[in-house]
Design a protein around this ligand. Sequence first.
Ligand SMILES: NC(=O)c1ccc[n+]([C@@H]2O[C@H](COP(=O)([O-])OP(=O)(O)OC[C@H]3O[C@@H](n4cnc5c(N)ncnc54)[C@H](OP(=O)(O)O)[C@@H]3O)[C@@H](O)[C@H]2O)c1
Length: 280
Amino acid sequence: MSLHGQNVLITGASMGIGAAIARRLAAESATLILFARSGDKLKALADELKSARDGVKVFTTIVDVQDHQALSTAVSKVVKEVDHIDLLINNAGLAIGAPNAFPDLKIQDIITMTGTNINGFMFATYAVLNEGKMKERGKGTILNVTSTTGLEVPPFPGEAVYHASKACQEAFTNVLRTELVGTDIRVLALRPGVVATNFHEQRVGYDKCSYDEFMEGFEPLVAEDVADAAAFMLNQKDRVSVKALDVVPTAQRSLQVFDREWNGRLCDVGICGSIHGLKK
Ligand SMILES: NC(=O)c1ccc[n+]([C@@H]2O[C@H](COP(=O)([O-])OP(=O)(O)OC[C@H]3O[C@@H](n4cnc5c(N)ncnc54)[C@H](OP(=O)(O)O)[C@@H]3O)[C@@H](O)[C@H]2O)c1
């Protein structure tokens, strides 16, 4: 399927994976509809996309996905300009409060994580299917950015709310796919492993020691790696659904098993300068 001229709505587009997918799809001449809460970052990205490619259309809206009314209004408004939404990249999400165990989390952190990762995820889907005319047209793609955590719901203590919310996204993805039988709407799950974005810094409250300890010894993905995987899923023929795709650092063998000698081995063969973020 060519992405040329397709109307793509990306939630959580202001940075990280969402912004990288926007850049990747702009290069394929898609029309970008970018949602997030940070208006300054959305504007900077829109300016960058427009100056990088003549004629690319970019619409930005400041919206909190936890607010279903604001989301519906935002989708209705943009549909007046573009007529309908072809693709939803359901990506806005976050983890906060690590490494606290569940009873030690702040209640507001629980509300924010579930409100964004569960409610927001469903509200965006609902708005695109209805106000975005995807259901009426019976055609389109919903690409849900879940996580390897959603698949490998971890049998270890830690991050109960985030991991459960990602498992919920996986369940929702599977059920929605079956409910939309009789339409040409594809519902797909893209599951990143560890990606070096704001996500992991925010997860540990921007505590540098915790961040460095988590990233110790291996090379994480960068957002562009995930954008390449998304583009692969979206560029398939209409009859082909890459239903789910795990894209993880090679050093991340499972949620718990990391090869923390990865960087050391690369340095031994003299190519450690290529490692993202590794101090030389
Ligand atoms: N990084 C990883 O290792 C990793 C691994 C697996 C899965 N994921 C998933 O990938 C997705 C993107 O993460 P990322 O790594 O790109 O993180 P990121 O760099 O922190 O970006 C998160 C994006 O979500 C937006 N967002 C957060 N809360 C929002 C809300 N209430 N309403 C609207 N937008 C909101 C943020 O924008 P504003 O702050 O401007 O609103 C930002 O654009 C998330 O769903 C995350 O769970 C990430």
